[in-house]
Design a protein around this ligand. Structure first.
Ligand code: URA
Length: 429
């Protein structure tokens, strides 16, 4: 005999009430067991979308989703830290960040996903390295963490299964963009993953999941509160995603750029964000004085990267896939690039083959967009601005169409102020 009826829980939230901890524990568990029907959970998700959940309810909802599956534990390895990004265009930061932090002896257990829609997935990027495996067998994650220090792999199906089921339902019932549901979804997986500290990169701007800055700020605050309530030290950086990060968008192109960062070079914005997040992770893990610039400069982070890639079957020295076809977009006149909208650049990369429309689609690892100018840069007529890469040249017209109006030009000599990358830091309150 079930202790509650789903219809009573739905009615309580529909009428603007606060769900009790017992109701939340039951409804999440019963839904995972198949005792609450999909249409009932869809209705409850919509009631939550419309009426929200307070901090206590959202914390309990998160705990119930964690309890629906296994919880990893790496405490025997000492200090651990992880990062989660809400996703952006050209966001390859995980790739240099994990080995950089691990090079200081702080273990990084990073469970990542594949891309869907306009944002790329870390696993897709790494799978452009021939032989690299995202799926690890039981015990392999612990071994690599112990021996190498960092691991980036696919999450097994045992982690927060309630979220997996609920997320698929939200996706088809217009209930994804709801802060308590997003925050509990992300945090249930990160807490179940067993990290000892968490740094969130919450992005705002046209290429971000949360375009609006005040909504992104509220999401960041909600997630920091959830981590704090669960005893996980959590801090968030609010970062700009109005223009692509770095100079590449697309899987193999982004791996190449990440390796440049690990070699002590790379675009200034990618380096800045990698260092900012690494400092936060290391401080949270008890290493506030770690000299992160030095570890990029002297090859320590690169050494961990090479070992990480090899441990998962990849060869760090193998050539990355190269596109069979490229198309260069050149400046029509002298001028200064005033802005480059991230979203249409992501759509162009996606149309070139870098992303997938359905979960089961494969991706073209070589496809993507290379940027030769960033907002604030001056160009002369005829200078290269973008190079489109693809294995299928039939994709060029639609990719170019998506870029219409994405680049805004100002007259030569215009001073274009650079928008700061890190907009704010949100810590436990
Ligand atoms: N990513 C998640 O994991 N969950 C959400 O609800 C939204 C984005």
């Amino acid at each position: 005999m079930e202790p509650f009826a789903a219809v009573d829980v739905i009615r309580a939230k529909r009428d603007g009430g606060v769900l009790s901890p017992e109701q939340i524990d039951w409804v999440v568990d019963a839904y995972t067991r198949g005792m609450v029907a999909e249409e009932q959970m869809a209705s409850l998700a919509m009631a939550i979308f419309l009426n929200g959940m307070d901090r206590v309810e959202t914390s309990r909802w998160t705990a119930a989703m964690i309890a629906s599956g296994e919880r990893l534990d790496f405490t025997v390895l000492g200090a651990t830290a992880d990062k989660h990004s809400t996703g952006g265009v050209g966001d390859k930061i995980t790739l240099p960040l994990v080995p950089l932090v691990a090079s200081f002896g702080v273990r990084v257990p990073q469970l990542s996903g594949r891309g869907l829609g306009h944002t790329g997935g870390t696993l897709d990027k790494l799978e452009s390295i021939p032989g690299w495996r995202a799926d690890l067998a039981g015990g392999e994650m612990m071994t690599i963490l112990r021996e190498v220090g960092g691991v980036i792999c696919a999450a097994g199906s045992g982690l927060a299964p309630a979220d997996k089921k609920l997320y698929a339902l939200r996706d088809i019932t217009a209930t994804v963009d709801c802060i308590p549901l997003i925050a509990s979804s992300i945090m249930s997986k990160k807490i179940a993953e067993g990290t000892g500290a968490l740094v969130l990169d919450v992005k705002t701007g046209s290429g971000a999941f949360m375009r609006d800055e005040s909504a992104a700020r509220e999401l960041a605050r909600t997630m920091v509160d959830l981590g704090t309530d669960a005893g996980l030290p959590t801090v968030a950086l609010l970062t700009d995603m109005s223009t692509p990060l770095g100079l590449t968008v697309g899987n193999a192109l982004e791996v190449r750029e990440s390796v440049e960062v690990l070699a002590g070079g790379g675009p200034a914005d990618v380096v800045e964000l990698t260092l900012a997040l690494a400092r936060e992770m290391l401080a949270a893990a008890g290493r506030p004085d770690a000299d992160v610039e030095a570890a990029l400069r002297d090859g320590r982070a690169m050494d961990v990267w090479r070992r990480m890639i090899s441990a998962q079957g990849g060869d760090p020295d193998t050539a990355l896939p190269l596109a069979a076809h490229t198309h260069m977009v050149r400046a029509q006149a002298d001028g200064v690039l005033a802005s480059m909208d991230a979203y249409p650049v992501a759509v162009a990369a996606w149309r070139l083959g870098a992303g997938r429309a359905r979960k089961e689609d494969s991706v073209d690892f070589a496809a993507g967009v290379e940027l030769h100018a960033k907002p604030g840069d001056a160009v002369r007529a005829g200078d290269p601005v973008l190079t489109l890469h693809t294995s299928n040249e039939a994709t060029f017209p639609r990719a170019l169409e998506s870029l219409d109006g994405a680049l805004v030009w100002a007259p030569a000599d215009t001073e274009v102020p650079r928008r700061p990358l890190v907009l704010d830091r949100i810590a436990a309150s």
